[in-house]
Every structure is written in C-alpha cells, then in structure tokens.
Design a protein around this ligand. Sequence first.
Ligand code: DP6
Length: 328
Amino acid sequence: MTTSSDKTVTAVAHTNIALIKYWGKQNPELIIPYTGSLSLTLDQFYTQTSVTFNANLDKDQITIDGQPVTGKSGQRVHNFLSIVRQESGIDLNAQVKSTNHVPTAAGLASSASAFAALAAAASKAAGMNLSLTDLSRLARRGSGSACRSIFGGFVEWRKGSDDTNSYAIPVETTHLNDIRIVALTIEKHQKPISSREGMALSVTTSPYYPTWVKVVEADLENIKAAIQDDDFTRFGTISELNAMRMHALTLSADPDFLYFNGDTLTAMNEVKRLRHSGIECYYTIDAGPNIKVICQQANVQTITDTFSNLFGPTKVTVAKPGPGVKYL
Ligand code: DP6
C-alpha cells in the first residue's frame, strides 16, 4: 500500500541520565532488557527531528546537524523507519533532518533523545496517532534508553517480557525537585566500545552478570522509595553504587574494557572529596568517560566552581529536570 503523505512533522525530545542503569538485553532484536531502570530527563540536552514521507524519494535521506548520515548509524535509522513503515502501513521513503543539542557519543546518551524524537516525528508523519505508552514502546525499538525520553522528570522503564509490555512510565512525584545534574564533558570523542556492544559483551562473558540482574531489582525498589521519601542522601548513594556496579561488568568481561580515563578518576575523587567536606554530591557515569554530578541547587555554585577550575568552564553544564517529548 502506498499512502500519500508529504506532511512534515517535527518533534523535540530531551536526553535522560540513568540513575539505575539499563545494561543488557534479554531480547536484542526487540530491545527487551534484563532489568528495569530509572532515569531523570534533562532540560539541557535535546534533539529536534523533522520527518517527511515522500513518494518522490527513492531511498531514505537522513541528515544529522546538516551532514548526511551513512554507515552503521544510517542503517540504524533506516531500520527504525522500516519498523514505522511496517506498523503504519505506509510504504514511502522518508526525509529525516535531525539537530542534536547533545555532545554526541560523549556519554550523554544522545541515542535516547535521537530515537525518542524520531519515534514521535516519524510515527505522526506516517499518520499514526500513538499514545505516550505506545510511543515509548516504539522508541525502545530504536534504542532502549530512548523509551524513557518520551516522559519528563523521573522515569521508570518497566522491563516487561515482550514488545507489548516493555515501556517507560513517569514516576509521579513532586519530591527531589531541586535536583541538579552537573555534567562534565571530559571527552567529546566517539567512544571505542558502544553501549550496545559493551552490554552484549557483559551479558555473555561477565561471571557477575546474573548477580547484577538481582541487585538492580533491589536498587530500583530502593531508589523509588528514596524518591517517595524525598531522601536525597539515599537517592544519591544508590545512584553512585548502581553506576559502579554497572562498570564492574565491563572490568569483569572477557575481553575486559573500561569507559573511564584519567580525568574520570580525577573527577570521581573530587566528588568524594567535596562530599567529605560537607558539599553533598554523588556521581554517575554512562558508557563513556564523562561524569554527571548529582546534587541539589544549594550546592551547584560550589560544584561548578570546583570543576571549572579543574577542567575549564566550557566543560561544565548544569542541567535541571526536563520535559517529555513535544511536537513543534
Ligand atoms: C549506560 O540505550 O544506548 O546509558 O538499547 O543498545 O541502543 P541500546 O543501548 P543504549 O544504552 C544505554 C546504556 C546506559 C545506561 C542507561 O541509559 O540506562
């Protein structure tokens, strides 16, 4: 069936930082994770994407920040568009124009905002009118963490067991609303091992993987309780621990690998030093060398001053809780 449509739809999605990490798929094709996860959507980093399905295109045309996208990344977007075509019944090629306001592949999970914005724009341009839950399910097929970027604030990804029941839901709360994430961009280069490859290697080779699956379920329950109790200390402690448990899976994989560099360790030590001096803060780290410092508004100035002195002011960005996906 050829459904005619030249409607251009533009969507904006913000990235999210996981406090309880997603690290491993029980179904790689459908992107069903082994564990649930929990994140905070951030106001500072986002992707804006426009999609038009057009009968005059002989193939999908994809640009990111004005540059044509080819190779692995292009294939990933093309595969995602094919899922949208299959689910909507449209059989036209698409023009996709995406602009990232995220340090790409610098550990700020740009694939989360990218696939959340693409899912929203492409599904609507294809004539679908999905609920937020179905949008979350669709975004998950592009990148697991993207399913959480459909919603703002604190978000839980319920792992589920198949395509119908693996999606994110917002954590309804007014607590911890003075939370801030001070993002330190230690390195902007592409990471040598993508999160997709890294988690697959951890699942298949780390002897600790089964323990991780058990521990995450407890971490998830405990962090949700900390949010409900408005308990920042417990919230930060669990976040830092969970991140380090994830990175232990990279060190124990075969072959082993590590996302940290020397500056990552310097920043980790600095967070601990600040904490011991009475400035309460914690760190979390994704699949890259960059650090996100979790703190409250009252300590933002001291923390940004400290890291600006260490790494330079251009490397430090303060983020607040951000909104869910929007259409322009
Ligand atoms: C460390 O969502 O990028 O940021 O599903 O393979 O696209 P794919 O992986 P991705 O992994 C994110 C890993 C993480 C933790 C997290 O965001 O939960």
